[in-house]
Structures are given as C-alpha cells and as structure tokens.
Design a protein around this ligand. Structure first.
Ligand SMILES: NC(=O)c1ccc[n+]([C@@H]2O[C@H](COP(=O)([O-])OP(=O)(O)OC[C@H]3O[C@@H](n4cnc5c(N)ncnc54)[C@H](OP(=O)(O)O)[C@@H]3O)[C@@H](O)[C@H]2O)c1
Length: 332
C-alpha cells in the first residue's frame, strides 16, 4: 500500500510517498481502509521534531493520528466489528507523537480504538471532528463551560479547533469575540456564531477587546500560544480563566504565578486531549456526544480543504501558512 513517511525530521518536503507492506491484522486488531485522514497541527509538530518529544523517534515513521474508513478485515478475537462497518479513530494510546500511522491507505488498529460513524455523518466530517472536537470538549465540558451572556475570547477562531469552540460557546449563549488572521476567516468566525471578529494581525487585539468588553472577558480559549496568551491577561476580567490549548505560534513563555494575582486573580489551564483519547471508554463516550451535537445541528465541521494524500506536503505548507478556515482532510 501507499503510505506517507518521514525518514528524518524536516520541512514539508520530508513527507514522501513510499510503498510499504502491511501485515494481516493480529489478534484484537482491525484492518481499516482509510477513506479520509485528518491533518492535525500535531502532525506538523511530529514532522518538525522537537516540541515536547523527549526521545529520538524511530525512523522512518508514518505520521497521523486520526482517520475514518471502512473495516476491511478483522483479526482473531474481534467480535465488535464486521467487514464493511464505517469507523473512525483518533489517538492510539500515549502521547500524540507515538504510535502514529494514519497517513496511509490502510492501517491495523486495535479494535477498542475505533468508534462507529453514525449514518448521517460523513467520513470527512467524522475525521475532522473527533480530535478537534474532543479538544474543544476538554475545555467546554471540563474547564470552562460558557454560560448565557458571558464573553469569551477565542483566538484563531476560524482554525480547526477554534471554529468548533466558537460554535459551541455561541450555542451555549456566550458572546464570542474571535481573533482571526484575515477577512475570509472573519466571515467564517461570524458565520459560526462569533459576535465580533478582530483582525489581530492588523489591530491590537487587547485594545479591540476592551472596546467591546470594557470590564474584560470571562474566559480566553487560546490555541495560538506564544503570540497571544500572555497579552490576553490584559483583556481578561478579574477571576477570569485563560485556557492555552495549543501553540501554533510557539510555546507560551514561563509564567510567574504572581502575575496572575497582579492581573486580577486569574486562573490558567493547559489541557491535553489525551485525557479523552488515551482511554477507550472515554473516547467512545466523547465521540457519541460530539456526533450527537453534529446530528442536532449544534456543531458542524467546516472542511476548509481536501488534498490527495500524495499532496500532503502542500497541505502542510498551507496549514503552516495559516491558509485554512476549518478542518483539513487528506484523501487516500
Ligand atoms: N491540547 C491539545 O491536546 C490539542 C489538541 C488539538 C490541537 N492542539 C493544538 O491547538 C493548536 C490549533 O490547532 P488547530 O487544529 O485548530 O490548528 P489549525 O486549524 O491548523 O489552525 C491554526 C491557526 O493558528 C493561527 N496561527 C497563529 N500563528 C500561527 C503560526 N505561526 N503558524 C501557523 N498558524 C498560526 C492561524 O490562524 P489565523 O490565521 O486566524 O491566525 C492558523 O490557521 C495547534 O497548536 C495544535 O497543536 C492541541
């Protein structure tokens, strides 16, 4: 089968299409023929190397943590799945940079990692939803459930995770202020329910947020990191909560706890989606909740772009340039 591998860390050109052998599924495993593969920002971190990968990674490796597809065959002892079932998965136990392998036409996956895709959800939406939606769930269900009338600042509000956060928070009655990189993304954020969109590369977002919410926002949901997180302290209301869930612009610098007192008794949190992905029961449960939210129209996944799997280098280039408004899907 064709798989995309990296033989060493590097730029997008490190992603090469190789012919690789795939064994029959072992006991407890299911062979999934992929129909849609998610591009997640974590794939870029794996390709680049560094980040918080502590040991050298075994090369060559197939990147990718998330895909949807059809059961092609099952190994001994698998009773939950049958050939032809539509399934999706995100994560494979352990940190995102271990046990990758989704950038391939097929993959053997432990049966307990799979979730069933409901009939009304497409494969593309399923694989655009699971990991990013579970990340949003870790914030909205566990850290800061937005309430009617609260003001929430969502950075990169048209990103894969940001667009889900925006929709979800707006549905719960929050007034969402989204920062975005360009006018198309501003339109996307507003269409997803944001009340305001700030072009944060053209305008100082702290000044703009204070114009909209003079007392400060109740919470900040930030996947941008280095360029936005610490500055957001200045537009958060006393006792507000700042969630840094991602580092698209780089790591947030170390924070002195006393700053949280001086800036107004702030709380900060840094969630990891592995809470949901590393536990099969939790993964199934959050997937069911997310699919139900899609079915009821609360959540939608904006598929910003699709690329052929062999064009994945271009997909990475475009994602690193911040071109997309929504989720990106690779088609094998
Ligand atoms: N905590 C977790 O477990 C978890 C789970 C999922 C994702 N994440 C992280 O969350 C972040 C966002 O993920 P995502 O799926 O929403 O990503 P995405 O769809 O690729 O969007 C990233 C957005 O960040 C903005 N950005 C700002 N500075 C950037 C830079 N230097 N390079 C690239 N983009 C930049 C861009 O939007 P603008 O043009 O609007 O600025 C870009 O579109 C990533 O860091 C990802 O690794 C963490």
């Amino acid at each position: 089968m064709k798989a995309i591998r990296i033989h060493a860390h590097g730029g997008p050109e490190a992603l090469v299409a190789d012919d690789v052998e795939i064994a029959d599924p072992g006991p407890g495993d299911v062979r999934v023929r992929h129909t849609a593969i998610a591009l997640n920002f974590s794939d870029i971190n794996v390709r680049r190397g560094g980040f918080y990968q502590q040991e050298p990674m075994p090369m060559p490796l197939i990147p990718g943590n998330e895909a949807a597809g059809v059961v092609a065959s099952v190994g001994d002892g698998v009773t939950d799945w049958r050939v032809g079932d539509r399934v999706a998965y995100a994560g494979m136990h352990g940190p995102f940079y271990r046990n990758t392998g989704a950038y391939a036409q097929e993959r053997n996956v432990p049966a307990d990692r799979l979730v069933a895709i409901p009939e009304c959800v497409s494969d593309r939406v399923a694989c655009g939803l699971l990991l990013k939606g579970a990340t949003a769930a870790s914030i909205i269900e566990r850290i800061f459930p937005p309430r009617e009338g609260q003001t929430i600042l969502v950075h990169a509000a048209a990103s894969g995770v940001g667009s889900i956060l925006t929709r979800w928070a707006a549905h719960l009655g929050a007034i969402v202020i989204g920062t975005v990189g360009n006018r198309d993304k501003a339109r996307a954020a507003l269409a997803n329910g944001a009340a305001h969109a700030i072009l944060y590369r053209e305008q100082d977002f702290v000044t703009q947020v204070k114009k909209i919410a003079p007392l400060g926002v109740h919470a900040v949901f930030d996947g941008v990191g280095k360029d936005t997180f610490v500055r957001s302290f200045d537009c958060t209301a006393p006792f507000g909560t700042l969630v840094n869930y991602g580092n698209a612009s780089g790591h947030v610098p170390p924070i002195d706890m006393i700053d949280l007192a001086q800036k107004g008794s702030l709380s900060i949190c840094r969630p990891a989606v592995s809470y949901f992905l590393n536990d099969a029961a939790r993964l199934r449960a959050v997937a069911e909740r997310l699919f139900a939210l899609v079915q009821s129209g609360v959540l939608a996944v904006d598929i910003a772009a699709t690329y052929r799997l062999e064009d994945v280098a271009q997909a990475h280039r475009d994602a690193e340039a911040g071109k997309h408004a929504g989720s990106v899907v690779l088609l094998p």
